[in-house]
Design a protein around this ligand. Structure first.
Ligand SMILES: NC(=O)c1ccc[n+]([C@@H]2O[C@H](COP(=O)([O-])OP(=O)(O)OC[C@H]3O[C@@H](n4cnc5c(N)ncnc54)[C@H](O)[C@@H]3O)[C@@H](O)[C@H]2O)c1
Ligand SMILES: [Zn+2]
Length: 360
């Protein structure tokens, strides 16, 4: 078979640097690539109940062929798995299989498995290495790169976690072919976000998407995320906060709707539309750019109208519990034009209220 070229992106973080490999038919090369990393022999492959039947076999075979001793751990698919119950299950399975501090973890699946198993790796024996094998758009362009791991708590999403950079990320775009359409489209909210904050050329490329050759598109998104993470690994300078474009209001909508009603990217689509309205007022975003953004979100069947039963007050209430609001000051990401973004402290609660109302 003729495979389009593989692309490799360096995530430059000093002694924590690693590579992200993007391409097709990569799953079968995992064992060989792992052998080059000089990790231990024993490892846990953590996946979920949807992905296990699709790809775990190939991953296990590839590892065994390169003399690794993998243990497969499968958690139930879905966001509910991102909690202490499954962290314990993963750690218990690793202890039972005799894995010690020389062991490592492979995450095989979407952002749920990546965040969860990455977190387990960060605390097992006070931290063992891990490798991400993301299989969704969201995980390939976003969650697998950057080292944020974690689980949810009663008080909210991702409240418990750690920074733990992977040793390698292997993004096999061929796995995206089995992704349900709704999950595929949802991922494009983050892809469109990357283009809005950083890359006009990417914005144009999304519009003429070639589903048969996703490698260049995924690779470009990884490069954007990698550059931002390299500039601001622990979200201290404000650079990494630009990735929150559309997320302030988006998170509020996600929470007010009740988790599970909207997929994350769907709520972010609404948040992006609202952030564009505020950007028109405070950053001089042109109507033409705003319309282009809305049209691109529509191309992926992402929502841009808010239903009546989700009240503006409930969104504002949810939004006030957001980390970004905790010091009473709103730090809001605005775009003056497609391809750039900045952090502003000029946005008021009233601006936000009006933007939410305008989504109806
Ligand atoms: N760490 C970060 O920086 C970061 C960034 C963004 C999102 N996240 C987290 O990522 C999670 C969302 O990730 P997600 O959207 O990948 O969700 P997910 O992991 O739940 O995957 C979505 C669904 O697709 C299924 N699936 C995965 N790969 C498949 C494939 N190739 N074929 C068929 N089905 C497949 C899964 O079983 C699941 O049902 C959230 O928990 C979010 O908080 C983390
Ligand atoms: Zn997001």
């Amino acid at each position: 078979m003729n495979h389009p070229a593989t692309e490799t992106i360096d995530v430059r973080l000093g002694d924590r640097s690693y590579q992200v490999v993007v391409g097709t038919a990569l799953l079968d090369s995992l064992g060989e690539r792992m052998a080059r990393l000089n990790l231990g022999t024993f490892c846990a492959v953590v996946t979920d109940s949807n992905v296990a039947g699709l790809y775990a076999d190939r991953v296990m075979k590839s590892l065994i062929a390169s003399n690794f001793k993998p243990t497969l751990v499968t958690v139930p698919a879905g966001e509910q798995s991102k909690g202490f119950v499954q962290v314990k299950k993963i750690c218990d399975a690793m202890i039972e299989a005799g894995l010690d501090r020389k062991a490592f973890v492979i995450t095989l699946g979407g952002g749920v498995v990546g965040d969860l198993a990455g977190f387990a790796a960060s605390i097992y024996y006070r931290g063992v290495p891990y490798v991400q094998v993301p299989t969704t758009i969201v995980s390939q362009v976003d969650s697998a790169v950057g080292g944020k791991t974690g689980i949810n708590a009663i008080g909210g999403k991702n409240l418990i976690g750690s920074f733990h950079q992977p040793r390698l990320v292997l993004a096999d775009v061929a796995t995206l072919r089995t992704l349900p359409e709704r999950e595929f489209n949802e991922g494009f909210a983050e892809v469109i976000k990357h283009a809005i904050i950083r890359d006009t050329e990417l914005f144009a490329r999304i519009a003429r998407l070639d589903r048969g050759n996703l490698t260049p598109l995924i690779a470009r998104n990884v490069a954007i995320k990698a550059a931002i993470v390299a500039a601001d690994e622990h979200e201290t300078t404000g650079e990494r906060a630009l990735l929150n474009f559309g997320h302030t209001i988006g998170h509020g909508i996600e929470a007010a709707a009740g988790y599970g009603r909207y997929l994350h990217g769907e709520a972010i689509s609404l948040g992006i539309v609202a952030a564009c309205l505020i950007s028109q007022k405070h950053a001089g975003l042109s109507t033409a750019d705003h319309e282009k953004i809305v049209a691109l979100l529509r191309q992926f069947e992402l929502p841009m109208k808010l239903p009546e039963d989700i009240s503006t007050e409930s969104i504002l209430a949810a939004l006030k519990t957001d980390k970004k609001f905790s010091e009473g000051k709103i730090r809001f990401v605005l775009t003056p034009a497609i391809g750039s973004a900045f952090l502003s402290d000029k946005v008021t609660l009233e601006d936000i209220r009006q933007a939410i109302e305008a989504l109806r």
